[in-house]
Design a protein around this ligand. Structure first.
Ligand code: FES
Length: 162
């Protein structure tokens, strides 16, 4: 099926582009809008963005691969981001990540985001979430959880599974 952007999103994107004196400056905002709508940035979305901004796909691809908030694969409805930077690593984030992977049947040693077989929950290591004093820290979608114990992690997972 060809990649299509629904009219309301296309209008939103046109409005975003109009706010910049140079079209290419809107690239990050477009990518955020597309990812929010589609859940990730496919190669078609990258191509579409490049065309929209009069750029080459590589110009967009380099943004997508540079910034860790952009995804090239679909993720689960619940995205658990476990901080692995120094304070959290010392505070037990690797054990916490392993606990979550174990509960979800995922490989604790795999690189990158992994999604449970039911497609519901994605677990991923990320870098500092700016709450170093309350390690270990994780985010479930946009909600920050601090000083997370295994019991709290199990409760968060329980809420994800409804
Ligand atoms: S090191 Fe984990 S929040 Fe900063």
């Amino acid at each position: 099926m060809p990649f299509t952007v629904p009219s309301p999103l296309e209008a939103e994107i046109a409005a975003l582009i109009s706010q910049y004196p140079v079209k290419r400056s809107a690239a990050l905002m477009l990518l955020h809008a597309l990812q929010e709508h589609f859940g990730y940035l496919s190669s078609d979305a990258i191509q579409w963005t490049a065309t929209k901004l009069g750029l080459q796909p590589i110009n967009i691809y380099e943004l997508v691969t540079f910034y860790p908030m952009f995804r090239q694969q679909p993720i689960g409805k619940f995205h658990l981001k476990v901080c692995r930077t120094l304070s959290c690593a010392l505070g037990g984030s690797h054990r916490l990540h392993g606990f979550l992977c174990d509960k979800l049947g995922l490989d604790p040693h795999a690189h990158g985001a992994q999604t449970s077989k039911d497609g519901h929950v994605t677990v991923e290591f990320v870098e500092c979430l700016a709450s170093c004093g309350t390690a270990p820290v994780l985010m479930c979608n946009d909600v920050l959880h601090e000083g997370v114990t295994e019991q709290q992690a199990a409760e968060i997972l329980g809420r994800c599974r409804g």
